[in-house]
Design a protein. Structure first.
Length: 217
C-alpha cells in the first residue's frame, strides 16, 4: 500500500472506488448484489473484487445458502477501512494518553468541552427548522464531520440516523467517553426527540445507528 493512504482511492479506477464506497455503506454484500447496484455483469464484478482482494482492500467470508457451493460475502479489509477518514486517531490517542497521565479527571472535561462546542454549533444550524428538517440537517452535520452519515425515515414518524464510518474509531476503541459523548451530542442537538443507539461499531456492527422519534406531547 502507498504511504499516503488518503490518495489510494484517487488512483483506483472509478468502478473499484465505487465498489469500496458501496461496501463501506452496506457493510457487506455478495458479488451479485454489487453487480446489480453498479449495473455491471456478475462476471465483471468478480474480476473487480478479485483485483481488490489481491490489493488487500477487500476480504470475504463464506455463507451457506441453497444447495451448492458456499456463497462469498464481501466486506472491506482493515487496510481499506484506513482509506476513510479517521481524524488522526493515533495522534489524538497519544495526546489523550498524556492528558490522562497528568490528570485523569481532565479527560472527562476534554470530552465534555468538545461535546458542548459541537452542540452549540449544531443548535445554531438547527434553529427554526421543523423536526424532520432538523434531523436531516443533523445528518449533514455528522456527514461533514466524517461519519458518512445518512438519514432514513422509519415509516412510523421517526428516523434512523446511520453512521457508515466512525471518524474517531481509534479514539473510541480506547476511550469509551468518545462513544457516550457522541450519543449525548445527538440527544442534546435534538432535545425534543427520543434517541436510542440501535447499532454500534464497538459492539461488532458495521455501522452506528440511532433511532430518532419525536417525544410524545
Amino acid at each position: 500500500m502507498p504511504a499516503d493512504r488518503g490518495r489510494v482511492l484517487d488512483h483506483l479506477p472509478h468502478t473499484r472506488r465505487t465498489i469500496l464506497a458501496t461496501l463501506k455503506m452496506r457493510g457487506e454484500a455478495r458479488a451479485e448484489e454489487l453487480a446489480t447496484a453498479l449495473a455491471v455483469t456478475p462476471s465483471a464484478m468478480r474480476q473487480h473484487l478479485s483485483a481488490l482482494s489481491a490489493e488487500g482492500l477487500v476480504d470475504h467470508r463464506q455463507v451457506k445458502g441453497s444447495p451448492g457451493r458456499p456463497k462469498h460475502v464481501y466486506h472491506l479489509s482493515p487496510a481499506a477501512e484506513g482509506l476513510f477518514p479517521k481524524a488522526y486517531g493515533e495522534l489524538t490517542n497519544e495526546l489523550l494518553d498524556y492528558v490522562e497521565e497528568a490528570d485523569p479527571a481532565l479527560i472527562e472535561r476534554v470530552f465534555a468541552r468538545r461535546r458542548q462546542r459541537r452542540i452549540e454549533g449544531a443548535k445554531a444550524r438547527l434553529a427554526g427548522k421543523s423536526f424532520a428538517e432538523r434531523v436531516n440537517e443533523l445528518g449533514r452535520i455528522l456527514d461533514e464531520d466524517g461519519y458518512l452519515a445518512q438519514v432514513e425515515p422509519d415509516g412510523a414518524g421517526g428516523f434512523r440516523v446511520i453512521e457508515h464510518n466512525c471518524a474517531i474509531l481509534s479514539v473510541a476503541s480506547k476511550y469509551g467517553q468518545a462513544c457516550s459523548s457522541e450519543l449525548e451530542f445527538i440527544r442534546a442537538a435534538l432535545p425534543d426527540a427520543d434517541i436510542e443507539r440501535v447499532k454500534h461499531m464497538m459492539a461488532g456492527a458495521f455501522v452506528c445507528a440511532y433511532q430518532v422519534r419525536p417525544k410524545a406531547s
